[in-house]
Design a protein around this ligand. Structure first.
Ligand SMILES: Nc1ncnc2c1ncn2[C@@H]1O[C@H](COP(=O)(O)OP(=O)(O)OP(=O)(O)O)[C@@H](O)[C@H]1O
Length: 223
């Protein structure tokens, strides 16, 4: 279980996240929604340990984010908004490169299977020849190499066609349901959020998203 306890984050004197608490269980997909600048990426960065909260505590099962950061990092998969892969290398070379950086050993066949699960079949093609959607799939595949417990995704489907979005959606659902992953992800696509997420956290003062999602019958927590 991921347990976020009263976290706040300020940049200089500006408070972006104020006293936010929620828990996410294994197998859950939690959507993170809010207007531009509300603090979604900030929260994901905190959960990914790339940023520290100003106040509050976070636990992943028994591990505390402040005390056990090395353990926590082994269990986090993070896909930031900007695609971070090697353009000149092939899909295979990228997967092998990031496998070497990860703490788990994976065979080439296992790496290829992760890609194939998302219908990313251009194994020998240089990344520069792939479409934007395929690059996003590769970024997601890389985040899964070390089989993380928590998967944090910052707008993973932006700019992706409907078919690929559906493929990614089914893949994420499978990861949650069959492999017990905790998935937290942001999107501005409310249809996708409504379809895919078990619960939604809304951040920001504007009640627009909260009302919209509640009307659609979603369980929503607002901060
Ligand atoms: N390192 C930083 N230093 C100062 N301010 C920051 C920093 N990172 C983010 N901010 C500010 O925090 C606020 C929240 O930014 P954040 O990127 O988390 O929003 P967001 O909800 O993800 O927005 P978007 O939907 O546009 O991606 C913004 O006002 C942003 O300018």
């Amino acid at each position: 279980m991921l347990s976020i306890e009263s976290i706040s984050k300020s940049f200089k004197r500006k408070k972006i996240i104020n006293d936010l608490s929620f828990t996410a269980e294994a197998g859950e997909i939690v959507g993170l929604v809010g207007e531009n600048g509300a603090g979604k990426s900030t929260l994901l960065n905190i959960l990914a340990t790339t940023m520290k909260p100003t106040a509050g505590d976070i636990y992943l099962n028994e591990s505390n984010y402040r005390k056990d950061i090395k353990t926590i990092r082994k269990h986090i998969g993070f896909v930031p908004q900007d695609i971070a892969i090697w353009d000149q290398l092939t899909v295979q070379e990228n997967m092998v490169f990031f496998e070497k950086l990860s703490w788990k050993n994976r065979s080439k066949q296992q790496l290829q299977e992760i890609c194939m699960d998302m219908s990313l079949d251009r194994w020998h093609d240089p990344v520069k020849n792939l479409s934007g959607g395929m690059k996003r799939k590769l970024n997601l595949a890389i985040s899964l190499i070390h089989d993380p417990t928590v998967l944090l995704l910052d707008e993973p489907t932006v700019g992706i066609d409907l078919k690929s979005r559906k493929e990614i959606g089914s893949y994420l659902r499978k990861q949650a349901t069959e492999n017990g992953k905790i998935i937290i992800y942001t999107s501005h696509d409310m249809d996708e959020i409504k379809e895919l997420c078990d619960r939604v956290i809304t951040i920001g003062e504007d009640p627009f998203y909260t009302e919209l999602l509640k009307k659609a019958g979603k369980k929503v927590l607002s901060f």
